[in-house]
Design a protein around this ligand. Structure first.
Ligand code: URA
Length: 198
């Protein structure tokens, strides 16, 4: 079994916060182990909780369309969430839940070593750039320790607010050039200096 699958198994046994009491399935994430592109959403919803897979409901269908628009299938990228268990009633994740779950995302990232991380929505953005406003930084990228971070609205935002669909569709089109740019980043880039494009 691969290290990432072993980790998913470990995540599925987690009981480190209250969300473990009401979940049907843990949703560790899925995709290609050597993915260059990692999408990070917020938390599983009802459909994801039922199936144990990320982004399989209406927001997931839109994410699939967005990926297709840049010539990618979900099997070619990795898709994960900040929180691995569904908050009841799809409420926002609490700071305690995010803190308890953070270690899993960190370990997933250590194994996948993505070149480009796309944060979907404000909770995902906040994991890497706390205090940033999604409406200000969406559609922009930032390089941090050899990885490019690109901020987007959450796909579900387009389902609630039709005007955001076009914004999201435009933003995803920037991803291929970020991937090309990431290929040029040397492995041993000097640490935490930030080249801000936000
Ligand atoms: N929304 C998310 O943030 N993640 C999912 O997996 C599904 C919907």
């Amino acid at each position: 079994m691969s290290a990432l699958n072993e980790l998913a198994k470990e995540i599925s046994l987690c009981r480190d916060c209250e969300l473990c009491r009401q979940r049907t399935h843990v949703v560790p994430g899925e995709g290609r182990e050597e993915a260059k592109l990692l999408f990070i959403g917020e938390a599983p919803g009802w459909h994801e909780d039922q199936q144990g897979r990320p982004f399989v409901g209406p927001a997931g269908h839109f994410l699939d369309q967005l990926l297709a628009s840049i010539g990618l299938k979900r099997e070619e990228v990795y898709i994960a969430n900040v929180i691995k268990c569904r908050p009841p009633g799809n409420r926002d994740p609490s700071p305690l839940e995010m803190k308890a779950c953070r270690k899993w995302l960190d370990r997933q990232m250590e194994l996948i070593k993505p070149k480009v991380v796309v944060t979907l929505g404000r909770y995902s953005l906040a994991q890497f750039f706390p205090g940033e406003s999604i409406s200000k930084v969406r559609g922009t990228s930032r390089k941090k320790q050899g990885t490019i971070y690109f901020a987007m609205y959450h796909p579900a935002a387009a389902l609630h607010q039709a005007s955001l669909r076009q914004v999201i569709e435009e933003d995803i089109r920037k991803v291929p050039s970020l991937l090309a740019q990431a290929e040029e980043i040397k492995e041993a880039e000097p640490a935490p200096q930030q080249l801000s494009m936000f």
